[in-house]
Design a binder for this molecule. Structure first.
Ligand code: ACO
Length: 420
């Protein structure tokens, strides 16, 4: 950088604002002292143009379609690591060696069992309760079982707490599913690795033992890695914001789960499958493209568009191929995949979508894979949350370690005054 300051001219004064440059060359104007110097604030609703923190965890180039965790491209991680290794990478900044990997794995196993009293909570939720609401409640409830795990003690015990949340969430998710279908819960097993253990808890039954397929374990690892972090998205921002008040980690993660459940965020994977179902029944792709373009309709093509990516979401590229390969190897034929392909093809040549840089995002194909795995639609967003836990915890840890202040934006008041 040649310039070290940006200059703001206002009211006959010249104000110098320092420039900050990231390791990938991103430049930001530091406005931290603006109000002190001028009495003015900046306004940026929905944070369209605001970097809220410094972070070393994930890098995205939305124009080029680049996504890296701790400097490693996500496609490389999908190819070479298992989910728990990527989780370790996000939490610790580097991939684990054999010893570190084994220790992390043991920590996850040791913390996989749910406090038995928590199991009774499931009896009190209404039958039709959405699993995301159940998960947000249950994770928050963990703080009542581990009351001493506050922010300050977590500085020392962060590895155990991270493992406990990741591992217990997996158990809770499978229990929630089993309860919803009226089957007995299946306990975690010490002899199974992370993803296989989850599949076993989901699908094993007293009358039909689960037959573990390596393809299922592989695809689950891939999906979890691809969803593991995505820098300052809505739910991660919720985690950083809530956590900045030094709330305990469980309540903080519960806020992230709530944010992720929205249809504009993680809830989109379920909304995509609902939409594809409707289109498949109707058999008229064009009608839905037109509806998405119609300004008088609130309908949007779910799984399309992204705040940051203005090109094909790199995760969607990988998932699309994996979706195709997985259905092939499992010898499955899902008409929904054909509808998805046709919809994508039509949208990508339509002027409306081209002009607005609207491409398929991570959620467009993931639901089709989850369906093929036998995971019910209302559990799709829970799968996303399971994947995102290491990312949320890594951001929370980074924020706590940087001694950041409580998040507290300003506003521009436009309401009544005593005069009117
Ligand atoms: N279908 C139709 N039009 C769309 C879509 C869509 N999916 N997405 C954006 N647009 C249009 C908007 O109407 C707007 O048009 P305009 O400029 O004529 O008003 C323009 O594209 C820009 O859209 P914004 O809503 O301003 O973009 P924003 O960055 O705020 O929203 C979002 C991004 C929420 C992802 C949006 O694209 C969307 O609603 N997509 C569908 C939901 C979805 O798939 N969410 C998952 C995102 S990925 C994730 O969270 C894991």
């Amino acid at each position: 950088m040649t310039k070290e300051f940006a200059t703001l001219n206002y009211d006959g004064k010249e104000i110098k604002l320092p420039l900050v440059v990231g390791t990938e060359g991103e430049v930001a104007i530091d406005i931290g002292t603006l109000r002190k110097e001028t009495g003015m604030v900046t306004i940026d609703p929905s944070f369209m143009n605001t970097a809220a923190c410094f972070s070393k965890i994930t890098f995205i180039d939305g124009e080029k379609g680049v996504l890296r965790y701790r400097g490693i491209p996500v496609d490389e991680l999908v190819e070479k690591t298992r989910f728990i290794e990527t989780a370790y990478l996000l939490l610790h900044g580097k991939l684990p060696n054999e010893d570190q990997g084994n220790k992390f794995s043991t920590l996850l196993t040791e913390n996989s069992l749910l406090h038995e009293d928590m199991r009774h909570f499931f009896d009190r939720f209404p039958r039709g309760a959405h699993p995301m609401s159940i998960m947000a409640t249950m994770v928050n409830a963990l703080s009542t079982f581990y009351p001493n795990v506050d922010t300050l003690s977590l500085r020392e015990a962060v590895d155990t707490s991270a493992a406990r949340i990741i591992s217990t969430f997996r158990t809770l998710a499978a229990f929630a599913y089993k309860r919803s279908i009226g089957e007995p819960v299946v306990y975690p097993r010490h002899d199974l690795p992370f993803c296989a253990n989850f599949l076993n808890m989901m699908f094993d039954s007293p009358v039909k033992p689960y037959e573990m397929k390596p393809e299922m374990v592989r695809i689950l690892n891939s999906l979890l890695i691809l969803h593991a972090d995505h820098e300052q998205n809505c739910s991660t921002t919720a985690v950083r914001t809530v956590g900045s008040a030094q709330v305990n980690l469980y309540a903080t993660i519960s806020a992230g789960i709530a944010a992720l459940s929205g249809p504009l965020h993680g809830g989109a994977n379920q909304a995509v499958v609902d939409m594809l179902n409707r289109i498949a029944k109707d058999g008229n792709v064009k009608k839905y493209i037109d509806k998405a373009k119609d300004k008088n309709s609130s309908f949007r093509l779910m799984g399309f568009g992204h705040r940051v990516y203005k090109t094909y979401d790199p995760r969607a590229k990988i998932i699309k191929q994996q979706c195709h390969d997985f259905l092939d190897v499992m010898n499955m034929d899902d008409p929904m995949l054909n509808v998805a392909r046709e919809l994508e093809e039509e949208a990508l040549k339509d002027e409306y979508f081209i002009k607005r840089n609207l491409y398929p995002n991570v959620d467009f194909y993931s639901g089709i894979i989850y369906r093929a795995m036998g995971i019910p639609e209302n559990m799709f967003t829970v799968m996303f949350a399971l994947a995102r836990l290491p990312g949320w915890i890594a951001h929370w840890k980074e924020m706590i370690k940087s001694n950041s202040k409580i998040t507290r934006p300003r506003q521009i008041y436009i309401g009544k005054t005593p005069k009117n």
